[in-house]
Design a binder for this molecule. Structure first.
Ligand SMILES: [Zn+2]
Length: 350
């Protein structure tokens, strides 16, 4: 049963998006429920290594030629605080070959794909390109289409099962990035669980956590954060916020972060807390990391109900990832649950 479930989850995971709002026909404006942010019991401070149980799991500067080169980048701690397994850069893989979005207009040129060849390491950064072409030269992809890619810490195996190269429940997750600055695409830093498509158990068994999605090229100071749980079908639930940060987030590098405690989530932009939520009841299981670029498939709509425009066939925007940092808190570890503690109820999957 478990093997069947894993295959199913992997197949569905390939077909799903960073946000169910894509294709939405209504523009969503600024909105954020700040009730929790204003609650004094919420700790909105940034974690500090060695304080209050916090420790650094890894800091990856991508200062190398290849995505992985077995460099030690950090060390896990055991529940008693003693040093545990060493983390190496082999935690990363390319987002797998996939049709990301079928064409919305019938024109094959507008179907968008993920392809590992769109990702390179250069000058200490991960570069993820995006382009439209009639001459894509990869054995697995068609020649025509829109191509982008991503990196993540969950590997899809040849038999369809998946392996989490790195996953963590709770802690602090931070990425320093430079957005691709063009119409018709968005970058995102998000966490996801292998249980994402299970419509039972609210978000406790896994919640898509969108630390950020750069869907606001037409409102360049805006930022969106989101939680999605109970699958992507008729049981799907969403909690999100769109905020005005007051600065052009497409200008230079910016740092986006999430603090995930057993009780709530807090989001940060450049070290400033922007939003907090308990949406879905807060996930209890380890989740993997994704840094991706997705492209419009002809309808001109992106996540958060945003009109992102059509991708310009002459554009070649690049998403730069400069650093990813993960921390954990010894006090949270006792609350971690395993995927197997949440049975998959197929009958509920309408
Ligand atoms: Zn390809």
């Amino acid at each position: 049963m478990k093997a069947v479930k894993k295959v199913l989850v992997a197949a569905l995971a390939l077909a799903m998006a960073a946000c169910v709002f894509s294709g939405c026909t209504r523009q969503t404006g600024l909105h954020a429920d700040l009730t929790l942010m204003e609650n004094e019991s919420i700790d909105k401070s940034l974690p500090r290594d060695g304080r209050d149980g916090w420790y650094t799991v890894f800091v990856d500067d991508f200062d190398r030629e290849t995505l992985n080169d077995s460099t030690a980048i950090g060390q896990l701690r055991n529940a008693d605080g003693t040093p545990g397994e060493t983390i190496t850069t082999d935690i990363w893989t390319y987002s797998p070959h996939d049709v990301r979005w079928e064409t919305q207009t019938g024109s094959a040129d507008q179907t968008s794909y993920w392809c590992p060849e769109m990702v390179t390491l250069r000058d200490g950064k991960v570069e993820i390109k995006a382009y439209e072409t009639q001459d894509h030269t990869c054995d697995s992809c068609p020649k025509n289409g829109r191509f982008s890619g991503g990196i993540e810490t969950r590997k899809i195996n040849e038999d369809g099962s998946s392996t989490q190269l790195f996953s963590q429940a709770y802690g602090y997750f931070e990425a320093t990035v430079k957005f691709p600055d063009a119409d018709g695409l968005w970058s995102a830093f998000w966490l996801q669980s292998v249980n994402q498509n299970n419509p039972s158990h609210q978000g406790l068994d896994g919640t898509e956590i969108d630390v950020y999605e750069s869907a606001f090229q037409r409102n360049r100071t805006w930022m969106g954060h989101a939680l999605l749980w109970d699958g992507y079908g008729s049981f799907a639930k969403v909690d999100d916020a769109i905020l005005d940060t007051g600065k052009d987030l497409y200008d230079g590098y910016h740092t986006f972060a999430l603090k995930w405690t057993p009780e709530y989530y807090v989001w940060y932009v450049d070290g400033v807390a922007t939003w907090a939520s308990m949406g879905g009841g807060v996930a209890k299981v380890p989740e993997f990391l994704r840094l991706t670029v997705e492209m419009d498939a002809g309808d001109g709509w992106g996540p958060h109900g945003q009109k992102i425009g059509k991708f310009d066939s002459n554009a070649q925007p690049v998403f730069y990832v400069e650093q990813v940092k993960v921390m954990q808190n010894l006090n949270y570890q006792q609350y971690i649950l395993e995927d197997g503690q949440f049975p998959y109820n197929v009958q509920e999957n309408g």
